[in-house]
Design a binder for this molecule. Structure first.
Ligand code: ATP
Ligand code: MG
Length: 384
């Protein structure tokens, strides 16, 4: 008979199981991500699931790891019926319940009892060992899940929903334009969820923006770093260029020209660091500047793919995520933002490429200033 009943965390991969060829790589990346938080000797990866040592901190860390469909705190036992009974007994003693169900699964097809027989056996076991309990298969207050594998069995009462998605950093890297607003942090998190590692790009314009602005950015990136372990922020002092663009003859185009300039700079940085995509928190038609014409005119300057995970989101949907990942509280703090300061009263909502180009021709030093800025970027590293 076993001496003590061991608890573990059982982690299920979910969507990963669909990915035939790449599966090994995904599992490898998931292990790396787990190791950011959990001691590597406490993790065991299997083909279709993983186990790690049970602890409150290990359990908590799973809230930041994408690529997990669900997890459970499980009791591990031998496959010996008497040993499983001990576990079932312990769980029944520890929990308050009046109705219950047994959900047994025999993965080990050579096991001497079928799943149905196991259900019957443990149903009777509880009924005869505990008073005032009854079976309810449709809406029980406690479910005993019993999984019989080749060497061990796992008994648990709860499926906890995981973060879903793919392991962060399994799909490559993007250079993400981050502001202190609500949208771009959420967009970053959604891209992390699809397996992208995020590097951040932020434009500041001191003295118009100040420490409050940069504190917000730092706090937001610190939160997002939890999902990927480490991050790089490229922070660009954009004051000189902003002032220069401010001299343009058609003031309505200021924001459009600034955005084009942002993406030229973003592309240069991405190319320098071998990053294959640029991303942002843009949404279609949410604010005046986010029209299709605007996207068309701005993306002309950049030949890397521009990912816009929030394009079709309603603001409410974005806010719900911002609250869940806790960036909301930071985003709503008052601080001066580069774009807000610079915006004319009536920015052009339907800019066109020809006019934008003509205005850039007016600003003869623009590209030179952009080239100069590349060698003058603050590179800030974030770690857990
Ligand atoms: P957010 O809430 O992310 O600021 P928004 O709805 O306020 O988005 P805009 O301010 O128009 O929209 O910005 C659109 C996108 O441009 C942002 O999501 C972000 O990706 C990028 N962006 C805006 N300001 C900056 C900045 N100062 N530095 C880097 N990127 C920026
Ligand atoms: Mg904004």
């Amino acid at each position: 008979m076993q001496e003590m009943i061991e608890k573990e965390i059982l982690i299920r991969y979910g969507e990963l199981t669909l990915k035939g060829e790449n599966k090994k790589d995904f599992i490898k990346q998931l292990r790396k991500n787990l190791e950011l938080y959990i001691n590597k000797n406490e993790i065991k990866m299997e083909y279709d699931r993983a186990f790690c040592k049970y602890s409150d901190s290990n359990l908590e860390s799973l809230k930041y790891i994408f690529g997990i469909s669900s997890y459970s705190v499980v009791y591990k036992s031998s496959i010996n019926l008497a040993d499983i009974e001990l576990v079932v007994n312990q769980i029944a003693s520890e929990n308050e319940f009046d109705t219950f169900a047994i959900n047994a699964r025999r993965h080990n097809k050579n096991y001497k009892m079928t799943s149905a027989q196991l259900n019957m056996h443990f149903g009777h076991y509880i009924l005869s060992n505990f008073k005032n309990k009854s079976v309810n298969l449709t809406n029980p207050s406690l479910i005993f899940y019993i999984e019989i594998r080749d060497k061990f069995s796992y008994i648990f009462t709860q499926y906890i929903e995981g973060m879903g998605g793919m392991p962060t950093s399994s799909s490559g890297e993007t250079l993400h334009l981050i502001s202190g607003g609500i949208d771009s942090p959420v967009a970053a998190n959604l891209l992390q969820k699809r397996g992208l590692h995020i590097s951040f790009l932020n434009f500041i314009t001191p003295p118009h923006t100040d420490k409050k602005t940069t504190d917000k950015i730092n706090d937001i990136i610190s939160l997002l770093t939890r999902y990927q372990g480490s991050a790089t922020l490229f922070q660009v002092n954009y004051t000189k260029i902003m002032n220069y663009i401010g001299l343009v003859s058609n003031q309505k185009y200021k924001i459009c020209l600034m955005r084009r300039s942002f993406y030229r700079i973003a592309q240069k940085i991405a190319n320098k660091y071998n990053i294959k995509a640029i991303s942002n928190g843009e949404n279609l038609a949410q604010v005046a500047s986010q029209t299709l014409e605007s996207i068309y005119t701005i993306s002309e300057v950049c030949n890397l793919p521009i990912l816009r995970p929030l394009l079709s989101f309603d603001k409410n949907e974005t806010i719900a995520i911002a609250k869940r990942i806790k960036t909301m509280d930071i985003s709503i703090l008052k601080a001066c933002e580069t774009c807000e300061l610079f915006a004319p009263k009536f920015p052009i909502t339907k800019p066109n490429r020809e006019t934008a180009k003509a205005l850039e021709d007016e600003l003869v030093d623009l590209f030179k200033l952009e080239d100069e800025i590349i060698d003058n970027i603050d590179i800030i590293k974030f770690n857990l």
